[in-house]
Write a protein that binds this ligand. Structure first.
Ligand code: DGT
Ligand code: CA
Ligand code: CA
Ligand code: ZN
Length: 581
């Protein structure tokens, strides 16, 4: 995607958030207008920077005033309206709105009546029970908010950025710095390269002989809010959303050693350094050298450094403190599943779902372009407010799918699926007879997030026992940094998944990455089948299955247990097996 398009998308996203807050209304008309412009720019194939005002206004979904703001951004690098909103709503206030259970109206009220301007203020107000007597709040919402803050790890003032927010920033920084003349390579390292769910700060490494021009470009990037420290080899900035970015420029022949060092984890580095020491070697961010002589044995690539330490290259997501070096020594590192190993997607929405944004034809085209052998179309079942689909529309969709299949031939098999909602007691949408008519059903939790552990576990196990349910979608229903996971007895879930032949999803949507590493790790060797999915709501999101691959590797998921890497016949036989029982 052109960088200009990304700048415009960032601006629109921020306008949506701040306008919603400003009008105290999630249905704000103006926010919806920005939203439709966002969709339009997302689907715009060319460089939006090359489109003039008149042509912008003609694009479906972009109104006159939004078109003007887009041009204003492209021409001046700033948008007056956005600057005003930013002054009125500092980052701390905006962060409040991202808390589950706090809408724009509630945030305004907290601000006006209690002077709450940040998460820290809110914690203090909660501790003093000042929300108790506020209209529209009360003791119960105090309790809920306190628990949300605690469970999201937002306590103690530590602020980590969810991977979903950090990765796009890293991609932009790296893409922009790679363009600077003299730059040989740019890469992000640190916890983000290890696919941690939340990121403390972003660590970027650039290989170039000259640091100055790289730093010049870095501090001038539009996402930079302020510069904390600036030098020729190291510069740190803070982004508008409060994410710190550390940039280091190293000599090209040292990039391997530098990337290793700054990828960490710290525990992995310490073990490697110790290993080097026992061999009379020194390992640091510049290379691996002989003690005494100072002769450098390896530094240019990670492979070189690992090899000189007597080890194979270790995948970044495995560089945690979990016995990875011993496994590497024995040649037993878990095998990675590559996106190209995935034969089909099993959780995909179309426009028929209220929140889907691509047509059935476009999604099918996307699946074909990826070389898939099968894809299940899984729009939302009727029980989901606003976005769910009724019987008639589904039967109609089935006819369209059959027609499409006839045109397509058999390279890509279309499965008519559905994403069912798991009720508080495990009840499912429609009736058994209607559900049986689908080729593939997944079932997910979309509400009642506050039930206790026993009740949550029971409702999911009940859904697994249903003969039509092939897979449980996003098991914990968490949204990293936004909504805590539901409380579950993981061992019971794992046993029931194995016993009923119900797969657990590895959902590749970055805000979700669900099931969690902890659950996936616990499920290893216990007969559970997994499916890696994108949960795409737009064709561009089909690619998110790559995140599922990385996430699952962190948990050492056994590739043979992943049903959508199997040959199609084996996969289809497995789907039918449960339904026949
Ligand atoms: P974060 O930012 O909290 O999400 O986690 P990391 O892992 O990105 O940590 P960060 O940013 O403090 O440092 C980046 C990497 O640099 C870290 O993964 C390993 C390396 N590193 C930092 N401090 C030390 C240290 O004291 N000793 C060693 N051996 N490595 C370090
Ligand atoms: Ca970091
Ligand atoms: Ca750092
Ligand atoms: Zn879904």
């Amino acid at each position: 995607m052109a960088d200009k398009n990304r700048d415009v998308l960032d601006m629109l996203r921020e306008l949506i958030e701040l306008t919603t807050l400003d009008e105290g209304n999630v249905q704000s008309f103006r926010a919806r207008a920005y939203e439709s412009a966002l969709r339009a720019v997302e689907s715009h194939a060319g460089d939006i920077g090359a489109v003039d005002l008149a042509a912008l206004q003609k694009i479906d979904g972009i109104g006159k005033s939004t078109a003007a703001k887009i041009r204003e951004l492209l021409e001046t690098g700033k948008v007056e309206k956005l600057e005003q909103l930013r002054t009125t709503y500092p980052a701390g206030v905006v962060a409040l709105m991202r808390l589950p259970g706090l809408g724009p109206k509630a945030v305004q009220k907290l601000r006006a009546e209690l002077g709450v301007e940040s998460l820290e203020d809110l914690r203090a107000a909660l501790a003093a029970h000042r929300l108790r007597d506020l209209r529209g709040f009360g003791a119960r919402s105090e309790e809920k908010l306190a628990r949300a803050i605690e469970r999201l790890g937002l306590a103690g003032g530590e602020r980590r950025t969810p991977i979903a927010a950090a990765l796009p920033v890293a991609e932009r920084v790296v893409a922009e710095l790679a363009e600077v003349p003299g730059v040989v390579r740019a890469a992000w390292c640190g916890s983000l390269r290890r696919y941690a769910e939340t990121i403390g700060d972003l660590d970027v490494i650039v290989a170039a002989e000259q640091g100055e021009p790289v730093m010049e470009r870095f501090v001038a990037m539009s996402l930079v809010d302020r510069v904390i420290a600036r030098g020729d080899t190291k510069t740190s900035v803070v982004s508008r959303k409060g994410l710190q970015i550390d940039l280091r420029v190293v000599r090209p022949h040292q990039i391997g050693a530098a990337m290793m060092y700054f990828t960490g984890s710290k525990a992995h580095n310490i073990k490697l350094r110790h290993r080097a020491m026992t061999r009379g070697l020194l390992l640091n961010e510049y290379g691996l050298e002989e003690e005494g002589s100072g002769r450098v044995l390896a530094s240019e690539t990670e492979e070189d450094v690992y090899r000189a330490l007597g080890l194979p290259w270790i995948h970044p997501v495995l560089r945690e403190d979990m016995g990875e070096i011993e496994l590497a020594e024995r040649g037993e590192l878990p095998r990675a599943i590559e996106p190209t190993d995935i034969a089909g997607d099993l959780h995909v929405h179309t426009k028929l779902s209220g929140d889907g944004r691509s047509s059935l034809e476009d999604i099918v085209g996307g699946a074909r372009a990826r070389g898939y052998r099968f894809i299940a179309i899984t729009d939302h079942a009727e029980g989901l407010p606003l976005t769910g689909v009724g019987r008639e529309a589904l039967l109609d969709q089935r006819l369209r799918l059959t027609a499409l299949q006839r045109e397509l031939g058999d390279d890509l098999r279309l499965l008519h699926g559905i994403e069912l909602n798991i009720g508080p007691e495990g009840e499912l949408d429609y009736d058994l007879e209607f559900r049986r008519q689908f080729d593939w059903c997944l079932a997910s939790v979309h509400d009642h997030f506050d039930l206790d552990r026993g009740a949550q576990t029971r409702r999911i196990v009940a859904a697994m026992r249903d003969p039509t349910v092939n897979m449980i979608g996003h098991l914990s229903a968490r949204q990293i940094g936004k909504r805590p996971p539901i409380d579950l007895e993981a061992d019971e879930i794992i046993e029931a998944a194995a016993a009923t032949g119900t797969a657990l999803e590895v959902n590749g949507s970055l805000p979700r990455l669900d099931a969690s590493v902890d659950v996936l790790r616990r499920a290893r060797g216990r007969g559970v089948t997994f499916c890696f999915t994108s949960d795409a709501h737009h064709t561009t999101e089909l690619d998110r299955v790559r995140h599922a691959c990385q996430h699952a590797l962190r948990a050492w998921v056994d590739p043979d247990s992943v049903a959508n890497t199997w040959p199609r016949d084996r996969f289809l036989a497995w789907v039918r097996q449960k339904r026949a029982a």
